[in-house]
Design a protein around this ligand. Structure first.
Ligand code: HAM
Length: 418
């Protein structure tokens, strides 16, 4: 039996890495006052056909369910968010700052950094048209990446504005129904041969290439960078009008985060989508909105690549998984006493492990080390005393078994004990 292409098994080590990423994501989103929410993994296919754009529709994992409904595994969260907001917006004061961590599915060609399932952190602000929200969102994206030990030497957030291009198209008298196609071409231009882009752009090729080369002037983007400079984050961003994003619903500021070395695909991407909620609710609810999503795949590759970040991850994983106490059963006659204490210690909130069957004492101490235990407690000939060994300092002491619980509690309450 083979795993499907583009899907992953998460062995314990992979789960530990994934949980590390999730915990940093959650921690920083909460630091910014975002609250967590979640949507369903399966949605009506029509939700994506309406506004996500051609690329996503081609990549849908869709089928007809047993009730003859056209359904799709979610390729992204934004349409679900727009649907949920349209249905529930009256229940909340604006602006809303919501985040979510979940799994997404896209029937993509499997390649480095792109799989058929991946996890995303989504952070969105709803009901705030002010540029202050754009600055806050980009700052959040930067701080999420900084939480992994990544610096301005490791990644850059490239910021752009779709309005810059829609103004350009208006000026060139390009009809509005061709704008989506044009934006898609600009989005792909960095990854496609120049001739192919030129062919798609036709008579706009020369002015577009000239604009891409010389960069554009945007007061909005200058203000955005100034806002980030005020927070000491300007070194993490650059204005790059070549960024337009592949998804159809963006209306204003857009951005993507990349590794500085240019080795990987985008780590995160997002922007303003001020019309999507109105479009999906057929005009019933209209709210300004902006957000971004960061995937776990490229981020994981970047962490592995940067020593500082991978060391921080391994340290956090070791401490998250370490147990407090390993109980060494040196004499099988003591197993029942040991298990009584193990139950009490676990009830007290300590992480406790022990051998499930008779095992050589040496192997038990090895297991204690492997599990990262702070203390080993040995049940053997010393009974009614037990031997408590501090596995960091190697100090040993004999303690009457009736005083054990107090003594363990005291040890873990001591500053710097673990
Ligand atoms: P997106 O750019 O399509 O945006 O995806 C965001 C991030 O998800 C990408 O930068 C990448 O890290 C990751 N990602 C996307 N597809 C894959 C894949 N096949 N394999 C691995 N990682 C992947 C969105 O999804 C928007 N809905 C973001 C957003 C939220 N805009 C506003 N709010």
């Amino acid at each position: 039996m083979q795993i499907l292409p583009g899907f992953r098994d998460f062995l314990p080590e992979d789960c530990a890495r994934r949980n590390y990423i999730f915990s940093r994501w959650r921690e920083v989103a909460c630091r910014y006052g975002f609250v967590e929410w979640e949507g369903p993994p399966l949605e009506p296919t029509a939700l994506y056909k309406k506004k996500s754009g051609e690329e996503i529709i081609d990549q849908l994992f869709n089928f007809t369910d047993k009730g003859e409904r056209e359904v799709a595994l979610r390729p992204e969260l934004t349409p679900t968010l727009a649907r949920v907001i349209a249905a529930h917006e009256r229940e909340f004061k604006k602006p809303l700052k919501w985040f979510s961590i979940g799994q997404f599915f896209r029937y993509e060609k499997q390649q480095r950094g792109r799989l058929r399932e991946h996890f995303q952190l989504n952070c969105d602000i709803i009901g705030e048209p002010d540029l202050g929200a754009d600055i806050e969102l980009v700052a959040l994206c930067i701080d999420v990446l900084r939480a992994f030990g990544l610096t301005e030497k490791d990644f850059v957030v490239r910021i752009s504005d779709r309005e810059f291009w829609t103004d350009f198209l208006r000026e060139k008298n390009v009809p509005a129904d061709r704008w989506d196609e044009f934006l898609q071409t600009i989005d792909k231009s960095g990854r496609e041969p120049r001739e192919m882009t030129a062919r798609k752009l036709g008579n706009l090729a020369d002015p577009v290439f000239a604009t891409l080369k010389n960069g554009g002037k945007s007061e909005k983007l200058d203000k955005l960078v100034d806002g980030l400079r005020g927070r000491g984050l300007a070194d993490f961003v650059s204005i790059d009008i070549g960024i337009v994003r592949g998804l159809a619903y963006y209306t204003g500021m857009v951005f993507e985060a990349f590794d500085r070395a240019g080795k990987f695909r985008a780590i995160a991407g997002g922007g303003r989508y001020d019309n999507l909620i109105a479009q999906l609710s057929d005009g019933a609810v209209s709210l300004a909105a902006l957000g971004f999503a960061m995937g776990d795949v490229v981020l994981g590759e970047l962490i592995n690549e940067i020593l500082r970040a991978s060391e921080a991850m391994l340290k956090a994983i070791a401490s998250a998984r370490a147990i407090d106490v390993y109980v060494v059963i040196a004499k099988e006659e003591r197993r029942a006493d040991a298990l009584r204490h193990i139950q009490q210690l676990r009830d007290g909130g300590y992480r406790v492990d022990y051998p499930l069957s008779p095992t050589k004492v040496g192997r038990q101490f090895q297991a204690a080390e492997d599990a990262g235990a702070a203390l080993a407690i040995l049940y053997g000939d010393e009974w009614p005393q037990v031997k408590v060994k501090n596995l960091t300092t190697r100090e040993e002491s004999l303690i009457d078994h009736r005083a054990l619980l107090d003594s363990v509690t005291k040890f873990f309450n001591m500053p710097g004990s673990v």
